[in-house]
Design a protein around this ligand. Structure first.
Ligand SMILES: Nc1nc2c(ncn2[C@@H]2O[C@H](COP(=O)(O)OP(=O)(O)OP(=O)(O)O)[C@@H](O)[C@H]2O)c(=O)[nH]1
Length: 336
């Protein structure tokens, strides 16, 4: 999501007051009779300052999309990353300021019009003081929107209609190697909450089929019971877009995790996600002498043995994913 540049309160006031002074100096050189001139100059300054500041705030409000109309994945993403309620509250505060600036403008324009010419400049100063205090009241909200802008700048562009595979497994089991081998290209990297390296997105194109593969280093790579609520929420956002989970075991245990702990993570992931799980035993090229490997392989449904490194067994994964894609497409058509 693109949030436009958010000015600080000082920048906003500076811009408004400076433009107001320029607009007024045009009036100064005009042929308005002397007595009236002071009033015209001061009311122009009030009007221009209010308009410039208000327009800037309105532009920010209008450019931020209506959060409720965004797909669920993005709503969840925004909620986990910056907080939907906080975002709405800040936008509400900007709206409030726009309303007050409207009132101040008409109020002070009317007062200057009725005033003696010698009082006009005093009234204008009073108006500027009130404009400043309104803007200072929304300082925290402008700061928050600036923070949100930076946080949401590299929001992942996920294809919400594509058949989507989300990869899970402990660190170093070969998830990103497999993603690259499957999709044959460098994945796109985007920010994602709780992932220091961001998520990686690749696409597998096969005739009419477009399969999106997402790796989430740092999220689906540790026991679910260790996650706090907000991390679970980040995971749920992924579940919204996932059609299949691909769980990767490191058969060689060279990742530093035993098969026993990998199996327990596998069970945890299975219990959280209510979608098909494709189970892959990777690094088979290094796994000749690993104890109990066959036992673990036999404990999962339809295990696929591969070596992402050598590209061995990868075609079996593609076939399996295509099969699930076709099944899902058939079921979707049956439901029409
Ligand atoms: N021998 C062998 N090495 C592999 C295989 N797959 C991955 N590796 C190596 O294992 C190491 C970890 O691989 P990655 O693909 O970075 O693992 P990852 O699961 O994405 O790791 P994180 O990004 O930390 O979650 C790298 O040095 C890879 O070259 C394989 O099938 N065989």
């Amino acid at each position: 999501m693109i949030i436009p540049t958010v000015p600080t309160t000082d920048e906003l006031l500076d811009k408004g007051f400076r433009r107001a002074r320029k607009a007024a100096s045009l009036k100064r050189s005009s042929k308005i009779p002397g007595q009236k001139k002071a009033k015209v100059i001061e009311s122009t300054r009030v009007q221009t300052a209010c308009q410039v500041i208000r327009d800037r705030l309105k532009m920010i409000i209008q450019r931020i999309p209506d959060i409720e109309s965004l797909p669920e994945f993005y709503q969840d993403y925004i909620d986990v990353t910056v907080g939907v309620d906080e975002l709405k509250k800040s936008l509400g505060a900007l709206n409030w300021a726009v309303g007050i600036l409207n009132q101040l403008e008409s109020d002070y324009m009317a007062r200057i019009k009725r005033s003696k010419p010698s009082d006009a400049s005093h009234l204008r100063r009073e108006a500027f003081g009130r404009i400043s205090s309104v803007i200072k009241r929304i300082e925290g909200d402008l700061d928050f929107l600036d923070f949100a802008k930076n946080k949401l700048r590299n929001m992942p562009t996920v294809d919400l209609d594509a058949f989507t595979v989300v990869i899970a497994g402990f660190p170093n089991v070969g998830k990103s190697t497999l993603l690259r081998t499957l999709t044959g290209a460098e994945p796109e990297v985007a920010d994602y909450p709780f992932t220091t390296k961001g998520i990686q997105i690749g696409h597998l194109e096969r005739k009419w089929k477009r399969i999106q593969v997402i790796d989430t280093p740092g999220l689906l790579d540790r026991p679910v019971e260790d996650m706090n609520n907000i991390e679970l929420q980040a995971m749920v956002a992924l579940e919204n877009i996932a059609d299949v989970i691909m769980f990767i075991f490191d058969a060689s245990e060279t990742c530093g995790y035993t098969l026993e702990s990998q199996y327990s993570l596998y069970l945890g992931i299975r219990s959280v996600f209510d979608i098909p799980v494709v189970t892959v035993f990777n690094k088979m090229d290094l796994a000749e002498n690993v104890k109990y490997l066959e036992e673990y392989i036999n404990m999962v449904e339809d295990p696929l043995k591969v070596s992402a490194f050598e590209g061995r067994g990868v075609s079996k994964i593609i076939k399996k994913l295509e099969g699930l894609y076709e099944k899902e497409t058939r079921e979707a058509h049956d439901n029409v």
